[in-house]
Ligand binder design. Structure first.
Ligand code: SF4
Ligand code: SF4
Length: 184
């Protein structure tokens, strides 16, 4: 199958760890906007962004909820930041069977960032006065498979094609020549 380059818009939130002060306003805003009814409650367990906080080392890492994973991954590494060791899961955005993070507390359903599509832009970015979260949109070119539409054949072309398949094109041409000569 052939492919062609198409332009797509990519939306993302860029996280600047150097600026995050660990205030957790992003968690509160996200949980409030996703409460039912909207803004009726604040519960960080419902937030699609969670901040891993190490107060001792002044390290704050906002993690944004990504796709649900049916299976827990098997290869796990540890990260050492400022002398403190974190498991790989600490910085993973997936909701997966091996932990409770990014799960709706009442139903257990996985949570995923929707970029606040129903609002006028990501709420977490709006409330982050430290500018640790920056919303970005950019166009990228991606390869996409193209399905070429088969040209619809007319009834006459379909009939000719079946005759050619049956007798061969030369016999069909000879017959047409004979018929046109007789008609003169
Ligand atoms: S609102 Fe901004 S500064 Fe505060 S915890 Fe979230 S990302 Fe960090
Ligand atoms: S963009 Fe919206 S849904 Fe995603 S983490 Fe921020 S507030 Fe939550």
């Amino acid at each position: 199958m052939k492919s062609e380059l198409v332009k797509k818009k990519v939306k993302k939130i860029r996280i600047n760890l150097d600026k995050c002060i660990g205030c957790r306003a992003c968690e509160l805003a996200c949980s409030a906007i996703h409460a039912k009814p909207k803004y009726s409650s604040i519960n960080p367990a419902r937030s699609r962004i969670r901040v891993v906080i190490d107060n001792f080392n002044d390290a704050y890492v906002p993690i944004i909820a990504a796709d649900y994973s049916k299976a827990a991954c098997v290869g796990r590494n540890d990260y050492t930041i400022n002398g403190k060791t974190y498991s790989e899961c600490s910085f993973c955005g997936a909701s997966c069977p091996s932990r409770e993070l990014f799960r709706e507390p009442d139903s257990g359903l996985p949570l995923k960032c929707d970029l606040c599509e129903s609002e006028s832009g990501p709420m977490c970015v709006k409330v982050c006065t430290a500018n640790a979260l920056v919303y970005e949109e950019r166009e990228v070119e991606v390869k996409e498979e193209v399905k070429y539409k088969v040209k619809e054949l007319s009834d006459m072309e379909l009939g000719l094609r079946s005759l050619v398949d049956r007798y061969g094109s030369q016999k069909i041409v000879d017959s047409i020549v004979r018929m046109t000569q007789k008609a003169r």
